[in-house]
Design a binder for this molecule. Structure first.
Ligand code: GLV
Ligand code: MG
Length: 343
């Protein structure tokens, strides 16, 4: 049994906290498909290589009467597809559902050697991960699977958010967390109906124009700025994931036609530290692949700062801005990610 220590690389003095080395494979877009939908399933072999992750979804969005069909469809796809460089994940049903045990006992013996990551929805605390971990260990041992399946938890309950640290640390199998905005909104009793994205009522209003006496003039038309309903949780998740050496992801963006707002949502997550997001339609794969990679301009600038800083200590002025040891660390994050994605 590997311990958490096996997943960590030693910290070089002064280096930013590295993410866990396993898996080092990019996962910018986690593309969801319904394995019970024959039309969708038939397209999967051709999608290998177009996305970092293909995920067969068994949970929400699959009707109760189709759960078995989806599970069997996933087994067929897993057995018949050569996934090449693309990771193969599944989202199983939640632990409070009647389907999850059948999901695990069917999938692990049949395609446990093909699957990379099991995504577990509605995780509430470490006990949920311990349960999955023990069952996986038993099923892997019985099936002679030597590469341990990794576990990814969806953060989509208030209790899950409160227990985030223990969830991240619950098992060396932990690969990452995704923020599930739809279930989280419901569990928190937020007043939204969308899957991710903003709400026109959640806003701040810009200052009114100043009057001569230094006060504010009443101006009902002044600018408003919508705020990100999930900002706190993304930041909370990123801190917890980095602290435990696992990967943070934004979850779904339900308005498929609004590619602009989807890109904004994904970019905010990227800028705050997330490594990827879910894709519910091939158009979102393209957005995620573009957004979750540093721009050429950022990498070029980062290389310039690193070169100018020599041994990485002290300070230099570049284009009128002060750069020091901390800017070098930020620049290395961008350059290392660009190199990882190019490899
Ligand atoms: C995803 O599962 C969500 O609830 O947003
Ligand atoms: Mg959900």
């Amino acid at each position: 049994m590997r311990t958490a220590k096996d997943f960590f690389t030693p910290l070089a003095v002064g280096a930013p906290t590295p993410l866990r080395e396993i898996p080092a494979r990019p996962s910018r877009a986690i593309h969801f498909f319904d394995p019970g939908n024959e039309k969708m399933a038939a397209k999967i072999p051709a999608m290998v290589g177009t996305t970092d992750v293909l995920l067969g979804n068994l949970e929400d969005a699959v009707k109760a009467e189709n759960k078995e069909k989806a599970r069997n469809g996933l087994v067929k796809i897993g057995q018949e597809t050569d996934f090449g460089p693309t990771q193969f994940w599944t989202r199983i049903n939640s632990l409070d559902s009647p389907w999850v045990l059948d999901d695990l006992t069917t999938l692990v013996p049949a395609i446990g050697d093909k699957l990379d990551v099991i995504m577990v929805p509605k995780v509430q605390g470490a006990e949920d991960i311990h349960y999955i971990d023990r069952i996986l260990a038993q099923l892997e041992a019985k099936a002679g699977i030597t590469k341990p399946l990794q576990v990814h938890a969806i953060l989509e309950t208030a209790r899950g958010v409160a227990n985030i640290e223990e969830i991240c640390a619950a098992s060396p199998r932990m690969q990452g967390l995704s923020l599930g905005p739809a279930d989280l909104a419901a569990d928190r009793r937020m007043k939204t109906t969308r899957v991710g994205g903003p709400h026109p009522g959640y806003l701040v209003r810009g200052d009114a124009p100043r009057t001569d006496d230094g006060g504010f003039a009443y101006d009902a038309e002044r600018a408003t700025y919508q705020q990100d309903l999930y900002h706190y949780t993304i930041a909370r998740m990123v801190d917890a994931c980095v602290m435990h050496g696992i990967f943070p992801y934004w979850g779904p963006f339900g308005d498929i036609k609004d590619t602009v707002a989807c890109e904004d949502q994904f970019r905010n997550a990227f800028l705050l530290g997330c490594v990827g997001a879910w894709s519910l339609h091939p158009v979102q794969i393209k957005i995620a692949n573009r957004v979750f990679a540093p721009s050429i301009e950022d990498v070029t600038h980062a290389r310039r700062v690193i070169a100018a800083m020599g041994d990485g200590t002290g300070a230099v002025m570049i284009d009128g801005k002060m750069e020091d040891d901390a800017s070098v660390k930020q620049c290395k994050v961008q350059v290392e990610l660009a190199e990882q994605l190019a490899a």
